[in-house]
Design a protein around this ligand. Sequence first.
Ligand SMILES: [Zn+2]
Length: 463
Amino acid sequence: MRLYNTLTRAVEEVVPVEPGHVKMYACGPTVYRYAHLGNLRTYMLADLIRRALRLEGFRVTLVQNITDVGHMTDESSPEAIDKMLLAVEDEGLQPLEIAEKYTRSVFEDAAALGIDEPDMSPKATEHIPEMIGLTKTLIDREHAYVVDNGSVYYDVASFDGYGKLSGNTLDKLREGHRDLETDPRKHHPADFALWKAAGPGRLMKWPSPWGDGFPGWHVECSAMSMEYLGDRIDIHTGGTDLRFPHHEDEIAQSEGAVGHRVVSIWVHGGHLRQAGQKIAKSTGNVVRVQDLVDRGIDPLSFRWLCFQTQYRSEMDFSWDAMETADQRVKQLRRRMAGWAPAAEASSDEAVAFDGRFRAALADDLSFPAAVRVVNELVSSTAVPGGEKYALLADWDRVLGLDLQREAVAAWSPTEEMRALMKERDEARAAKDYATSDRIREQLTSMGVEVMDTATGTQVRPRD
Ligand SMILES: [Zn+2]
């Protein structure tokens, strides 16, 4: 499996520090508003990497944080307003109620898009002691300093590698800040807060060695990633807008604290646009999962739409393209329903298709190439239908399109299976368990799962 590493600007082989076990961290949602399809495309990227690695036989642990501490509308402005406070005023709920409401909604939206849950979803508010601990370490190691109002800043000039991810040098950053208001207590305009003193009206605050306050945004990802994955992390993902300052600052914090490289490969997903505009709360063109449902589109079809574009590229969202993707996914399910599944895809042609599909994913997650293989397979005259079924069912572990849905709904046991089911029920009634077990094995060998229910033996096709 090879992925483009933003840090080295090269496509690199994934070589986990612990052999066979890939440790991944993904920057997660801020939970004071609904997630839109652009956010969800980024969360899907982490899950697709995990699915592709699992297909290659790796064990994967994916940690994705939940940012439930409010952050500022504009970190550099003295008039900055806490975004959580805005949501609280709009909705008349308490901060933790807001966080709970939007956390639930983002999990529901992710599930509707077939994004499997992370293995762990730590919340920022439950890791304040870890963040304070990391901040203390950075002060001890002279990477951070306390200012008189009780805030703590990271000293970017103290960290040699600052700017290595984004290419922003300290000189360039000083230029860029010339006309902006910044805290005069900062040593360098790019110094960022690890801990902020709580101002008046601040709803979410915690005690600390520097007084009541709250953590800076960047510090939560350093603290929680190292808490759950250790100080050697194989892959870190996020949207391209997080490269700077969020990920640059995360590198400075984590590496400043432990003294060595922490993340091997940084992967960044491209923006989603609609009619040339970035899909974002601020541009007002937000599309949500519910908008898909309202138009009769299966949310899983959004995956197929995403697969048409390389994950690193900006992707244009249009309702026409969304409708086309939806029709294609539904058509694929109908084609699957027309093929009787073969136990395995063993013909030379099928094996070649399988090799091409896996090679496409292993090549920096090239879904556009993988999609071409799917389309060619479906229309191929060289591969028997049953083998097409077997291949697509296997690939669907990564594609996540629920391709067997129609086939399973349309499925019913054959005459032979029905006779065996009846025979087995009779054997069980007569407490002849040897016969009952033998028939179970016979049914299993026909590719079905055998279930004992209140009405007797039932079977369904195995996944
Ligand atoms: Zn993060």
